[in-house]
Design a protein around this ligand. Structure first.
Ligand code: MOS
Length: 724
């Protein structure tokens, strides 16, 4: 099915199941420990051996020699695979560095060997006996000093220019020119990267933790040089990804290599201290923002330049993305520059681009509002645009940013906000901050198979993943709504490369795109069912487990009396994103307290107001947004991978040194969804919220700290030492 005209009324609009705040259907499996995560498939796979990964101890250079003799002789060891043993491996389409390095070393903790043994302890002990000698090469590890050599990236960051930014900025009576920095950040998801590989002849079964099944299966095949159809990748449950599991990592490839060498299934989990340098991270940025306004506060010039670094062949953090679309202004400019750094691979992390971009832009906007003496909510409202500011003939499909800001201001008690440093509560200086939230709404082709079983149960199969987001539940809701059955009569099977290829979980496109694919398959199943029952499909209504036309009413399962009825289809997208800009919007409000003596920073309250199309399940959507707000609070106050600029690695590579918020850090959160449907997004009229929720949070926190203390910090994270 192709979606190329705005959605009209369709069965989803009945809202009998869709739009309800239902508990997640996989909840009981998770809370009772029965959800089969990748590392836990003891039930399905007998005789599993354990793999332990050895990582490079240098950031850049070459392996001059490897001595495996002591490790090979260690108790329980079954096999050791290095690049020399593995033969020629290819680089996948999605990773920048080789997932098994050697002799060339491209980054610290790049995998150089896997040791396979009978037990985990034996594999770990033997891994410690692998002796590697290196020849260290000089690397570049400091973004600030590499910045001047940065160049225009091949993709991911075209420069943009409208009007004459430089002249308009020079002439503006009120202007701001500031530079902001965001640090390297790690995904730090709860479940580490983990895989079990089992070969049957030349066919590989790989249970892994991966957001994008089809990309993953393709890259495993490519890396190992085996036919794509010989790889089956399964990832039915995932303990968080945040972009760190968009692509297969060393655990998957090395489990496959280890299993081949050992002639046994092999499981590999990357240990927590290994993950931060071995896998990917959100790259640090340096962002210069210049904004000029007239005396009334209308933006006349807006410019945003961003620098980030990555390994050779890598891409930039596209931190200027939102600045091209968020505010009006006739003269505009953005530039993205990429430096070569020999740190571990940079890549996507929750709302890549916008998350760090808004951490800078929305502080700049706060600073400018203050210069103008305009309330920061009003300043944003004043500079709203209902069209793409680079291309005014192209409207937003929906854009209710102002309503988000005004609703939030009202609910949060924004009118009580005082001038900086004026509000005291005991030893706490108290302040409020606001920021706009913005994230694009991408749509992706997504397929599904649905089957009416003879029992009357509807089975849905798609390779979509549920990374903790609630995909199982919203997909079940979609099928239930379309087929007119209760949720309990829908069985959802996800995360298997033998199922039709879905949109996968990335870029907050998963919810809308994957359910749209299920919608398309259900449209076909409805036709097939009506046909079997001898009813006119165009007239048929599916409700209460029955199919009705006029006063005829038949039980749904009667269509499957002689066997299951199956339908498969996909949703793909036409040109609506060319004629209309599709984005999601929100406003974040934060209240903080800052200890007047020690500068300890505590968040007191958080509110998000979101306008993101139809909310398919307000409960799971709220969970997405509050989780993202927590992550935004971490970005504002704690998260920073500290670079050792001599050796070239992230020093604080565990959860003791890499701090993320805990419950005590987030006392109160509220989320409001504006009632919205977007007919341009898909027949579901939905959009994504999982990334919108983090966008702008960091700036709202930083702005609240400024309002509490009068101290402006432009280097994240905002830690207490920067306030003293
Ligand atoms: Mo996302 S960073 O596309 O998982």
């Amino acid at each position: 099915m192709k979606f190329d005209t705005p959605a009209t009324t369709n069965p989803i609009d009945q809202l009998k199941v869709i739009g309800k705040p239902l508990d997640r259907i996989d909840g009981p499996l998770k809370t009772t420990g029965r959800a089969p995560y990748a590392y836990e498939r003891h039930d399905a796979i007998p005789d599993i051996a354990y793999g332990y990964v050895v990582g490079a101890a240098i950031a850049k250079g070459r392996i001059t020699s490897m001595d495996l003799s002591r490790a090979k002789a260690a108790p329980g060891v079954l096999a050791i695979v290095t690049a020399a043993e593995a033969g020629k491996l290819a680089k996948g389409d999605f990773n920048t560095a080789m997932l098994l390095g050697g002799p060339e070393i491209q980054h610290y903790h790049q995998a150089v060997a896997i040791v396979v043994a009978e037990t985990f302890e034996q594999a770990r002990a033997a891994a410690g006996l692998v002796k590697v000698d290196y020849e260290r090469a000089k690397g570049t590890f400091d973004l600030a000093s590499a910045k001047d050599g940065a160049t225009k990236p091949k993709d991911g960051g075209p420069d943009s220019a409208v009007g004459d930014f430089e002249a308009a900025f020079a002439a503006a009576p009120v202007k701001l020119d500031e530079t902001y920095t965001t640090p390297d950040q790690g995904h730090a998801m709860m479940e580490p990267h983990a895989s079990i590989a089992a070969w049957k002849g030349d066919k590989l079964s790989l249970w892994t933790s991966n957001q994008m099944i089809a990309w993953g299966a393709g890259d495993v095949a490519k890396t190992l040089g085996v036919p794509r159809e010989n790889v089956r990748l399964m990832s039915p449950f995932i303990g968080g990804g945040f972009g760190g599991k968009l692509f297969v990592r060393a655990d998957a490839i090395l489990a496959a290599l280890g299993a081949k060498a050992a002639g046994r299934p092999v499981k590999v989990a990357l240990t927590r201290p290994f993950m931060f340098n071995n896998t990917t991270h959100r790259p640090a940025t340096i962002q210069r923002i210049r904004i000029g306004t007239d005396r009334a506060g209308k933006i006349t010039a807006i410019g945003h330049e961003s620098w980030s670094g990555d390994l050779p062949g890598g891409g930039p953090e596209t931190a200027v993305q939102q600045t091209r679309l968020l505010y009006a202004g006739e003269n505009r400019m953005t530039k993205t520059r990429l430096a070569v750094l020999d740190l571990p691979e940079g890549n996507a992390m929750r709302a890549p681009g916008e998350a760090p971009g808004l951490m800078a832009l929305e502080v700049a906007v706060d600073e400018l509002a203050e210069k103008l003496g305009i309330d920061p909510v009003e300043f944003r409202v004043l500079n709203d645009t209902q069209v793409d500011p680079e291309k005014p003939s192209r409207p937003f499909s929906q854009r209710r940013l102002n309503e988000c800001l005004r609703t939030g201001a009202d609910k949060f008690g924004w009118s009580r906000r005082a001038k900086p440093g004026q509000v005291r509560d005991g030893r706490w200086l108290v302040g409020m901050g606001v920021a706009a939230a913005f994230r694009n709404n991408l749509v992706m082709k997504s397929a599904a198979r649905v089957r009416l079983e003879t029992s009357g149960v509807v089975t849905v199969e798609t390779d979509m993943t549920d990374i903790g987001t609630g995909s199982y539940t919203i997909i079940a809701q979609t099928a239930a709504e379309m087929m007119g059955v209760p949720l309990t009569r829908v069985n959802v099977r996800l995360g298997d490369s033998s199922f039709p290829v879905s949109a996968g979980s990335g870029g907050q496109w998963g919810a809308n795109s994957s359910t749209a694919g299920v919608y398309a398959a259900c449209v076909k199943l409805r036709e097939a069912v009506a046909g079997k029952l001898g009813l006119d499909a165009a007239q048929a209504q599916f409700a209460d487990g029955r199919v009705k036309v006029g006063n005829q009413s038949l039980p749904l399962e009667q269509a499957a009396a002689s066997g299951p009825v199956t339908a498969e289809d996909f949703m793909e997208y036409g040109d609506l994103t060319k004629t209309h800009q599709q984005s999601t919007f929100g406003a974040h409000f934060v209240e903080v307290g800052v200890d007047a003596d020690t500068a300890e920073i505590r968040i007191r309250r958080m509110l998000a107001v979101c306008a993101a199309g139809r909310i398919l399940n307000p409960k799971s959507a709220r969970s997405q947004v509050i989780g993202a707000m927590v992550m935004g609070a971490g970005a504002a106050l704690m998260e920073e991978l500290v670079v050792d600029k001599r050796i070239g690695f992230f020093v604080n590579h565990d959860l003791a040194g890499y701090e993320v918020p805990v419950h005590a850090d987030i006392p109160h959160q509220e989320v409001i969804f504006l009632d919205e449907t977007d007919p341009m997004s898909s027949p579901m009229k939905a959009k994504g919220v999982g990334e919108l929720g983090i966008c702008g949070v960091g700036a709202a926190v930083a702005n609240a700290i400024y309002n509490a203390t009068g101290v402006r910090v432009r280097e994240y994270p905002v830690t207490l030492d920067k306030l003293l």
